[in-house]
Ligand binder design. Structure first.
Ligand SMILES: [Zn+2]
Length: 221
């Protein structure tokens, strides 16, 4: 790793938002794949198919926190599943969230609960901070708008299945959440849940980081 490619910077964005004068430090690397993936996603026109994304102005700088063209995602599955609160994400995350929900989260809910999912509860999306909020750690994928924290699912019949209560809840909740967690590994390169550590006992973290020397390794815990 060349030193010239590593930046240690204060997290300016949350400081601006919260009005604080300083934020936690993090280590950020300039990684060309990020802009490349974002641009090819934008050029693919994949987002033109949904009216449930709103374009937002650039977050942070292209080399550190943020993303060039962030989007606010308010619903997936053709608008039938609300994302609450709305999530701030970069382009490549959006079709993956949509596919995960459409192909796995909803079919599993029908199978286990006999009901559709109508809402997904979000515990976090864009946030310019070090990993696990540890000062001096690597910049979290949340800092690139490349990660989503999902804390629960609301069913059409009114039931709510939260990661916090359901992971060790009823037999059917446990089975459902494990299927949803495992299936996320097909759509995202990092998936962390309650079995990973205590920091994830109430949500599933999913992101599109590149792992390993070829960037193809997946982390599914
Ligand atoms: Zn997360």
């Amino acid at each position: 790793m060349r030193l010239s490619r590593v930046l240690v910077l204060p997290a300016l964005i949350p400081a601006l938002i919260s009005g604080c004068s300083s934020g936690p430090n993090f280590v950020a690397k300039l990684e060309p794949w990020r802009a490349k993936e974002e641009n090819s996603c934008l050029e693919s026109g994949v987002l033109a198919r949904t009216t449930f994304v709103a374009s937002r102005s650039a977050l942070g700088g292209p080399s550190v926190c943020g993303t060039e063209r962030p989007f606010e995602l308010s619903a997936v599955y053709g608008g039938r599943v609300q994302i609450k609160p709305t999530a701030l994400l970069r382009c490549p995350m959006i079709p993956q969230v949509d596919r995960w929900v459409s192909e796995s989260v909803i079919p599993a809910a029908r199978r286990y609960f006999g009901s559709d999912v109508i809402e997904i509860s979000i515990a976090g999306s864009y946030s310019c901070r070090p990993m696990n909020h540890v000062s001096g750690a690597k910049l979290s994928e949340h800092g690139y708008a490349n990660a989503l924290d999902v804390s629960g699912f609301t069913l059409a019949d009114g039931r709510k299945v939260s990661v916090k209560r359901g992971w060790n809840g009823s037999e059917v909740e446990q089975a459902y959440l494990r299927v949803v967690h495992r299936s996320a590994c097909q759509y995202f390169t990092t998936v962390l849940g309650p079995n990973h550590d205590r920091a994830h006992n109430d949500h599933f973290h999913v992101d599109l980081a590149r792992h390993g020397s070829d960037g193809l390794k997946r982390i599914c815990k």
